[in-house]
Write a protein that binds this ligand. Structure first.
Ligand SMILES: [Zn+2]
Ligand SMILES: [Zn+2]
Length: 345
């Protein structure tokens, strides 16, 4: 028993070692830049105050975003996606094909467009639920995560719908902080080489610049890849394993252009964009798509009405647009409903 406890303790300790490395790096950069360079080396008071103010601001924003990304629990599917008692029994007693029929019936009530690679309704037998679009099970977190991007070992948490904005801000502030301290330190390294400052300062400052630049390049690649995915409104999972949709063959089905895609992550209120507070648009389980579901026959019995309201339009604005469009839309919807009834008959 003691051995099991010891093993579990070692495992927990090892899983947090990445976070420990980040803390050591931040501590090193803080000591070298703020104490050694700003307090003991820089002579100009204005320069000293400027360096301290900017580096502290960027560091606070970086740590705040990092903690928010790490501590925000992943968003899980709401109750309506969970299996009913009857479905739990059917899962144990029926064959997978028969269970799929039950899933299809249940999925008709839900906003589901994404299918498995085999063209089936996606479900998670561990969490016992129908998986909403863009939701994936995380083995490490042991739960289904809404709009799962990836499980980050450095954060010891899943990056998904609930903390994607914080993750983006963590990368952004990390780059700004590293860029600032390496640029400010570099000029003093050059002064030391030129013999204008004591040699003893050379090695620690050079170590700070080199370390900052190495981490900066790594984080920059990660930020560029994240921006590339935002540009196509794809998660890392969707980029690696292109999903299938009901009646839609567009691999960038959620993309409405870089600005609109970014708006889905950052939210509508510009004043909150640079702060790690939750402002992302949507509910995490239904997403506006480019392709319209108007070919009912291709839905193979799973007719779904897409969330027609774009996430960046408020309900009141959407109501106004609908009212102004008048009877035209009503006729289209009536035709659609007739088609569905015909298909069901
Ligand atoms: Zn699950
Ligand atoms: Zn996870």
């Amino acid at each position: 028993m003691a051995c099991v406890n010891q093993h579990s303790f070692c495992k927990t300790l090892l899983s947090y070692i990445n976070i420990l490395i980040i803390l050591i790096l931040l501590d090193f950069s803080y000591g070298m830049f703020n104490i050694l360079l700003c307090i003991f080396t820089v002579t100009s008071l204005t320069e000293k105050a400027c360096y301290l103010a900017v580096s502290h601001f960027l560091l606070v924003m970086l740590v705040w975003s990092f903690i928010r990304t790490m501590r925000t629990p992943p968003a899980t599917p709401p109750r309506c996606f969970h299996w009913s008692k009857a479905m739990k029994v059917q899962y144990k007693t029926k064959s997978e094909e028969e269970f799929q029929v039950t899933l299809c019936e249940a999925a008709m009530e839900l906003p589901i467009i994404m299918l498995s690679k085999e063209g089936n309704i996606r479900f998670c037998s561990i969490c016992q639920l129908i998986q909403p679009d863009r939701c994936h099970h995380c083995v490490k977190c042991n739960m289904c995560v809404l709009k799962k991007d990836h499980h980050c070992v450095w954060l010891h948490n899943c990056v998904g719908f609930s903390n994607y904005k914080y993750f983006l801000l963590t990368l952004l502030y990390a780059i700004l902080y590293l860029l600032f301290i390496s640029a400010a330190s570099l000029q003093y390294v050059i002064k030391i080489w030129a013999g204008k400052l004591p040699d003893a300062l050379g090695s620690p400052l050079l170590a700070l610049v080199c370390l900052s630049l190495i981490v900066l390049i790594l984080v920059l690649f990660l930020l560029l890849y994240t921006c590339f995915n935002i540009g196509r409104n794809r998660t890392t999972i969707e980029a690696n394993y292109p999903p299938s949709y009901v009646n839609c063959y567009d691999q960038n089905a959620y993309s409405f252009g870089f600005c609109q895609n970014l708006l889905q992550v950052l939210g509508e209120k510009k004043r909150y964009w640079l702060f790690p507070v939750f402002t992302s648009l949507g509910d995490g389980y239904s997403f506006p798509m480019r392709c319209a579901v108007d070919d009912v026959e291709k839905n193979a019995g799973i007719f779904q009405v897409l969330p027609a309201r774009p996430l960046w339009i408020t309900l009141d604005q959407y109501q106004e647009i609908n009212d102004s469009e008048g009877d035209t839309d009503t006729t289209v919807m009536e035709d659609k409903n007739e088609d569905v009834q015909e298909l069901e008959n």
